[in-house]
Design a protein around this ligand. Structure first.
Ligand code: F6P
Length: 384
């Protein structure tokens, strides 16, 4: 189990450096009132070597977190499982800024300014242009490009596979595991039709726009009869998509150049007819792994033809947030999942599975931070 108590480790740097910096950034995002400022001060002190305190009893999800939090309350943030510590940190941050409170701050996304800046930025302009250009390429080529665009959505350079990898001769998009062909095979309709595809979203902005373009392609080309896009029910891990971000992204597409406007319009209509459904289950802001997901969500996902997992955090929750030897086979680790799986993931944390031994040796010999740098990626599949 990954924890933050190893000096020099990645999780430790997240808990000791990124989280305090994030509190600072949230303070600069909105002119919060004195009550919120005091609560942020208290959280800052607590995460700096203090003991974890539970949510206040009046919090709507106090009971749920009391259950999930047992037995971590009262321990140091560094000593509890990293996934739990990160999840609870975001929940506490929302508490500090009165996100669920009865007052005027209720519902304000503390990360909205960051998200909106990205949506207005040049990266999104470039992506929209690229999506327009992509429309003239053959459908088969487009699917591959869209899967790669979705994979690389949170990378700086979005040029559909033209991005150089980690300089290790990995070929397209820095892939250290490339099961794109198997992913496309899984998306082929069966004799009874294509069925429902679940997309487990990650970040808003560029990544979500690329995901939405992929979803449009699946619907237009009959690779999905219906798509369910699973987003977070509350702001989480800074840029993770919530429902409002989907709306902003669809509007951005609708007002985009050339063919991208058509993508936005089709998605708008698909939402209105439930061919594209939006879901925001509480599980997605919980500290649980997919092996522990509640029965209602498990039943829903079991009915899907394919579940497409985006990003690092979803990957950690899929295989378990553990220091697996990087050669541990991927498929058996996700055998608990009730539908076939496609994972599109940049490597941004210590959790890695399914790598060939030669690749692990090569990466270990040449780069200290290959697990966390985001320079490498995997497309992994399981199930049939
Ligand atoms: O947006 P992604 O791809 O899920 O990445 C988020 C990652 O960032 C971190 O929170 C580190 O800040 C990781 O722990 C996490 O897995």
């Amino acid at each position: 189990m990954i924890r933050g108590n190893i000096p020099g480790s990645f999780p430790r740097s997240v808990l000791e450096e990124r989280h305090p910096a994030l509190i600072d950034r949230v303070r600069r995002s909105f002119p919060y009132g004195a009550e919120q400022q005091r609560a942020l001060d208290a959280l800052l002190i607590e995460i700096d070597g203090g003991d974890i305190t539970p949510l206040p009893e009046e919090a709507h999800d106090h009971e749920r977190w009391a259950e999930w939090g047992y037995p971590h309350h009262g321990r140091r943030w560094l000593d509890v499982p990293f996934l739990w510590a990160e999840s609870f940190f975001y929940r506490r941050l929302l508490e500090a800024v009165s996100h669920f409170g009865p007052g005027p701050w209720r519902g304000l996304d503390p990360f909205a300014p960051v998200k909106h800046a990205e949506l207005r930025g040049e990266g999104v302009d470039a992506l929209l242009e690229a999506l327009h250009d992509l429309g003239s390429r053959p459908a088969e080529e487009r699917l591959r490009a869209l899967l790669l665009a979705s994979l690389q959505g949170n990378r700086a350079d979005l040029s559909f596979g033209m991005v150089p990898g980690g300089g290790l001769g990995e070929g397209e998009a820095g892939l250290v595991v490339d099961e794109l062909t198997a992913a496309r095979d899984l998306l082929e309709p069966g004799p009874e039709g294509a069925g429902t595809v679940a997309v487990i979203a990650d970040n808003s902005g560029r990544e979500l726009i690329a995901d939405l373009a992929l979803i449009d392609h699946l619907l237009v080309h009959g690779l999905a009869d219906r798509v369910v896009l699973h987003v977070k029910p509350a702001p989480y891990y800074v840029s993770d998509a919530v429902l409002a971000d989907v709306m902003h992204a669809v509007r951005r597409l609708s007002f985009g150049p050339g063919r991208t406007a058509g993508i936005g319009e089709r998605l708008w209509e698909a939402i209105g007819t439930d061919r594209l459904s939006l879901s925001a289950h509480p599980f997605f802001c919980s500290p649980l792994t997919f092996a522990e997901m509640p029965a209602d969500l498990r039943t829903e996902l079991a009915g899907c033809a394919v579940s497409l997992f985006k990003g690092d955090l979803n990957y950690r929750r899929l295989v378990g947030d553990r220091l697996w030897p990087a050669t541990t086979p991927f498929a058996p680790l996700v055998a608990h999942f009730p539908s076939p799986v496609v994972a599109l993931r940049l490597l941004k944390s210590d959790v890695v599975t399914g790598l060939p031994v030669g690749t692990v040796n090569r990466l270990t010999a040449t780069e200290d931070d290959w697990r966390i740098s985001g320079a490498h990626a995997v497309v992994q599949t399981a199930g049939s």
